[in-house]
Write a protein that binds this ligand. Structure first.
Ligand code: GDP
Ligand code: ZN
Length: 336
């Protein structure tokens, strides 16, 4: 049979990939187990979870097919390898471990560098007083985010988070270890918690038996990767790239223009960004760290960063109008 179809790669399993069809097959088939055609292998094209693929040679009764082509990707995360991710959810705890604004900033910068939408989730809300929660909410709003407070233990905020992630596209959670990412993923994807529970009484152990990333539906068209993404933040290679990764700087630059085109916003006269904002000291700390990075090693460090556009863009104001689609480079393995 020579039937063709389009679908989305939900999981990789040995030599097969599990593909969710865009349109159900003639018998209502929704998922096919597909092999890769060798010519895909010859062009060196790797299939990732999240890839949109064209299938051919479909055998409907057997629910089998073959991947004939992979559509161009809008983004590619590594560890876990997820193509076409449209949302990175930065997860940090309000307590245990205590929220560290500099660490959170570094995670946010890493997330912003992917070029996809960034969400901020604050876990373990049950450990804080209402006053403390308000303090953090207001502070992080001034950073340009809409933080969502959740408690996996009390089930608080889970519905709101699911709603926020229920937009078409693929979401990946990231953040430091121990903040409750796995608990959150299990709360968001009940099938996963059930599956894990049947594998092992200990959730972490169970999850580790799943070596590959897999996508789970949260709502129609909305998918969540079952494995957290990067757990080590990574600063941009160039100091001039840092500013656009701060929403509050972006906003200030949209309202005013610095006197110097290549302004690093260090508080000099004529700088539209100024110093009167909460993260200014953190920005300076990150700037210093970015400037301290050795120059000649940059290209080497860029390895692993997949980009669609050109690496350098001439002007900051242009960059602001057309946000960078920089891909994410992950310095360390995720904690899958
Ligand atoms: P991960 O390393 O980010 O995946 O974090 P885990 O999901 O493994 O959770 C780390 C620890 O935080 C575990 O001991 C959890 O029981 C605890 N934890 C997770 N969510 C919450 C929460 O909402 N409230 C509190 N108090 N503890 C939590
Ligand atoms: Zn400036």
């Amino acid at each position: 049979m020579g039937a063709e179809a389009q679908g989305l790669v939900m999981a990789l399993e040995a030599n097969f990939c599990r593909v969710q069809l865009e349109q159900p097959g003639p018998g209502g088939e929704e998922v096919l187990l597909c092999v890769r055609r060798t010519r895909l292998g010859k062009t060196g094209q790797q299939i990732c979870v999240g890839d949109r693929v064209r299938l051919e040679g479909i055998d409907w009764p057997e629910r089998r097919g073959a991947v004939a082509a992979v559509a161009p990707r809008t983004s590619l995360l590594e560890r876990p390898a997820v193509a076409n991710c449209s949302r990175v959810v930065v997860v940090v705890a309000l307590a245990q471990p205590e929220l560290d604004p500099l660490q959170l900033t570094r995670f946010l910068l890493t997330a912003e560098r992917t070029g996809v939408a960034v969400e901020l989730v604050l876990t373990k809300a049950d450990l804080l007083s209402e006053e403390q929660r308000q303090h953090w909410c207001q502070r992080l709003q001034s950073w340009g985010y809409r933080p969502l407070l959740v408690s996996a233990h009390r089930g608080e905020g889970i519905t709101a988070l699911r709603r926020r992630l229920s937009q078409p596209g693929i979401a990946v959670l990231c953040g430091p270890s121990g903040v409750g990412k796995s608990s959150l993923i299990n709360a968001l994807v009940p099938q996963l918690a059930l599956r894990v529970a049947s594998v092992s009484g200990r959730l972490q152990r169970g999850r580790h038996t799943t070596r590959h990333v897999e996508l789970f539906p949260l709502a129609v068209g909305a998918l969540l990767a079952d494995t957290p993404g990067f757990n080590r933040p990574d600063l941009p290679r160039e100091a001039s790239e840092l500013a656009v990764l701060f929403p509050e700087i972006r906003q200030r630059l949209a309202e005013g223009i610095c006197r110097f085109k290549n302004c690093l916003h260090q508080g000099d006269p004529g700088c539209a960004v100024g110093e009167a904002w909460d993260r200014h000291p953190l920005y300076l700390a990150c700037l210093e760290a970015a400037l301290a990075q050795p120059g000649p090693g940059r290209e080497r460090l860029e390895l692993g960063v997949k980009q669609r556009g050109s690496r350098r863009e001439p002007r900051l104001d242009q960059r602001l109008r057309q946000p960078s689609r920089r891909r994410l480079r992950q310095s360390e393995p995720g904690e899958e």
